[in-house]
Design a protein around this ligand. Sequence first.
Ligand code: ZN
Ligand code: ZN
Length: 70
Amino acid sequence: MKSKCEKCQQSLSHESLAYICSYECTFCEICSTAMQHICPNCSGNLCERPKRTKQPLNVIKDQIKQKFFK
Ligand SMILES: [Zn+2]
Ligand SMILES: [Zn+2]
């Protein structure tokens, strides 16, 4: 995951709101709104980046759990 807006270089933490295209071009909310959610690099849609709320260890645990109970 990229940690900076490609347009204004504002730093974007994993918890902050950011927008990405399918090529993972990353922009802050202000820039993506100004660009009408169209990526200037690839003309793709910019979507809200999923936030990382869990610790990686918990994610792995949940993945194992899901496999186990399927
Ligand atoms: Zn920006
Ligand atoms: Zn793009």
